[in-house]
Design a protein around this ligand. Structure first.
Ligand code: ZN
Length: 220
């Protein structure tokens, strides 16, 4: 029964190991029911209009929905220049590239708690959140990314297990060609653009939203 799924639209259930970044799975591959361990089938349930993995043994429909990725923009403002804390990734994807501290939201936590936790885990940094700054839809990888503006509470930071190093950067020093993800590049550019406008004209940071449809791994 290993290949029982192939009876049902096999092109929609490719081997995940063979997938390329430009050809992501429409839905995440599933072989067995997580409720009763019987094989699942890919089909459109009654009164639905999408393919789902359905267990004909126990009746469970395995819905799949986007994941939330939450992060922060940790800012150190010495009164003259703004610096942002970036982490160099120690894990794939995009190992060795720089990112804002961010990660998958856990069950039973709020978006604010997720931003604080990820910043502590990846950068060893304590922050004071200042509100949501950017929201990026990344539909082809089934993710929504949210970044909070945040003030670094002190300079006592250190790389966590998922980071090779952690460093403060001014806008001029940011390694733009080595940013891990388009959502991070977009957020950083929008942040420094807002900061320049505020410096020149006053005002406040805006909320920025965008749909990113290009492959997630390509830097902007
Ligand atoms: Zn089942």
């Amino acid at each position: 029964m290993l290949h029982s799924d192939r009876r049902f639209t096999p092109s929609l259930a490719p081997d995940p190991a063979r997938r390329t970044p430009s050809q992501p799975d429409p839905i995440r591959f599933m072989r067995f029911c997580s409720e009763c361990a019987h094989p699942v089938a890919l089909k459109v349930p009654p009164d639905d209009n999408r393919l789902r993995y359905v267990c004909d043994h126990c009746g469970t429909i395995h819905y799949q929905n986007p994941k939330m990725v939450i992060g922060s923009i940790p800012v150190w403002d010495d009164g003259e220049v703004l610096r942002i804390l970036l982490c160099r990734r120690a894990i794939e994807p995009r190992r060795g590239y720089w990112t804002l501290p961010a990660g998958f939201m856990e069950n039973a936590e709020t978006t604010a708690e997720a931003a604080e936790r990820e910043t502590l885990e990846e950068a060893g940094a304590r922050i004071g959140l200042q509100g949501i700054f950017s929201l990026l839809n990344v539909p082809h990888v089934h993710q929504v990314h949210i970044f909070y503006r945040a003030a670094l509470l002190d300079l006592d930071y250190a790389p966590g297990t998922e980071s090779l190093e952690v460093q403060l950067f001014t806008e001029q020093d940011i390694p733009w060609q080595e940013i891990a993800f388009p959502t991070v590049a977009y957020t950083l550019k929008a942040f420094f653009s807002d900061a320049a406008r505020i410096r020149a004209e006053g005002g406040d940071f805006a909320f920025h939203s965008r749909d990113i449809t290009k492959p997630l791994r390509a830097p902007e």
